[in-house]
Design a protein around this ligand. Structure first.
Ligand code: FAD
Length: 415
């Protein structure tokens, strides 16, 4: 099939006929997902050599929906590590890590931010030193979602202090379950606990568990960040109705566990989907100010959808991620704030009541929205950083002053 003859309908028909012949709910989840991988239907947009079918990016979504329509379990989302390793390699990392990631046997987390290196990620100070056949890592990471149940971490660490800061970073795969890695959960102001602090004390990494090349980790880190902006907060685990059996039971247990961490994420996006019902149930649909704010929100959401569609069309044409990632992320922050403001306008002071208080707006959800929305404009790069990216990379504005940029990092940090 050539690119010009591939249609969603033909992909749907192909996967349907494959699933009809192969889906067996009595299989274990691992056995079923292995079959999916071997057939290329786990991530059909990936290359044939790496568990895919070389189909356009839109095919992943079409296939996931069609598998669900057949009552079958889908593959687990490949997250950020999957596309990064696929793009950056080298082959031995693709061979070692992609399969167990896609079967769900190994869970991943992102170990990028540090107490003094968030927006300025390249200023990181966690250090890895080669000792025989292993890298020895010392340092601290922060805000690491899901680190408490991860098997592997995408770790960026400094491997050369004697070059400018962006040039001495390496992107590693850190085995999380080892004595040198201590994970301390953090409690958030919305009472959830999704993040962790991760302390590494002489933690060990096999010598060749490097994504990309030694000291070239900044390039691989940028690839992860581009995918993070692209996927945004769209973390979803299939709630499809699946034919009963071991595969379905195991998939449900897996999704329940993963979903715990992300249960407040819809609130973080402001719950624009609840605005009209909220206004109706509060008897406020005739209020001109409420109507105006709700209409503003719905307009923002339509425009944002067009940006997302443009990005999708670019991906389908095989173009690299463009300005839409940062524009989309900023739009999501603006919508989250607008939604929280409009819900607040409707709910009034009762919106501050949390939990099971009978007077609480939206059964207490509004209180959770109000304290979760700030996270939207921080995670995956703050609003200010998105504006810097748009200004510098896409509008060609002068770059921010960066006086130490050409100096060896050791000199600027006094190490
Ligand atoms: C929900 C959520 C999930 C997260 N998950 C992870 C994860 O799994 N793994 C991980 O490694 N990290 C994670 N993070 C951390 C996140 O990437 C950082 O919080 C973020 O990059 C900002 O860094 P910081 O918190 O150190 O803030 P800082 O960088 O200290 O920024 C503080 C303020 O200064 C502003 N600022 C900083 N530099 C500039 C500049 N050059 N120009 C203009 N303004 C500037 C910022 O916009 C911000 O307002 C997560 C964060 C959230 C909220």
């Amino acid at each position: 099939m050539t690119a010009t003859t591939i249609s969603a309908e033909s992909v749907r028909a192909d996967v349907r006929s494959w699933a009809t012949a192969n889906w067996d709910p009595t299989l274990s989840l691992l056995a079923w997902r292995t079959l999916l991988l071997e057939s290329g239907w786990a991530v059909p947009s990936w290359p044939e050599r790496w568990y895919g079918r070389d189909l356009p990016a839109w095919a992943d979504d079409v296939v996931r929906k069609e598998l669900a329509a057949c009552g079958a379990v889908s593959s687990i989302p490949s997250g950020l590590a999957g596309p990064t390793i696929l793009e950056q390699g080298p082959d031995h990392t693709r061979e070692r890590f992609l399969q167990p990631m896609l079967t769900g046997e190994e869970v991943w987390c992102q170990l990028f931010s540090e107490p003094t290196a968030g927006s300025d990620l390249a200023g990181l100070t966690t250090t890895a030193v080669l000792d025989g056949d292993e890298w020895v890592v010392n340092g601290q990471k922060l805000w690491n979602t899901s680190a408490h149940h991860a098997d592997m971490g995408m770790l960026v660490a400094r491997t050369n202090w004697d070059v400018p800061k962006h040039q001495g970073i390496t992107y590693f795969v850190l085995p999380m379950r080892q004595p040198g890695v201590e994970i301390r959960p953090l409690k958030q102001m919305n009472y959830h606990s999704s993040f962790n602090e991760v302390f590494m004390t002489d933690a060990r990494i096999p010598k060749d568990w490097v994504v990309g090349e030694v000291n070239q980790g900044w390039t691989a880190a940028l690839a992860t960040l581009a995918h993070e902006r692209r996927f945004g907060a769209a973390v979803s685990f299939s709630r499809d109705t699946v034919d009963p059996g071991p595969a379905a039971d195991e998939a449900r247990a897996e999704a329940d566990e993963l979903r715990k961490v992300y249960s407040w994420y819809p609130q973080r996006a402001g719950r624009a989907d609840l605005i009209v019902d909220h206004a109706r149930s509060a008897g406020r649909t005739a209020d001109p100010v409420v109507r105006q704010e709700a209409a503003r929100l719905i307009s923002m959401s339509r425009v944002s959808q067009w940006t997302a569609d443009r990005a999708k069309a670019n991906r389908a044409l095989g173009r690299p991620p463009g300005a839409e990632g940062s524009i989309g992320k900023l739009a999501t922050s603006n919508m989250a704030r607008q939604a929280a403001k409009t819900h607040g306008l409707i709910g009034g002071a009762n919106g501050l009541l949390a939990g099971s208080d009978p007077a609480a707006s939206l059964d207490g959800k509004l209180a959770e929205i109000l304290i979760s929305v700030p996270a939207q404009s921080i995670a995956g790069g703050t609003d200010e950083i998105q504006r810097n990216i748009l200004g510098e990379r896409f509008l060609g504005l002068p770059r921010e002053p960066n006086p130490g940029k050409d100096l060896p990092y050791r000199e600027t940090r006094n190490q």
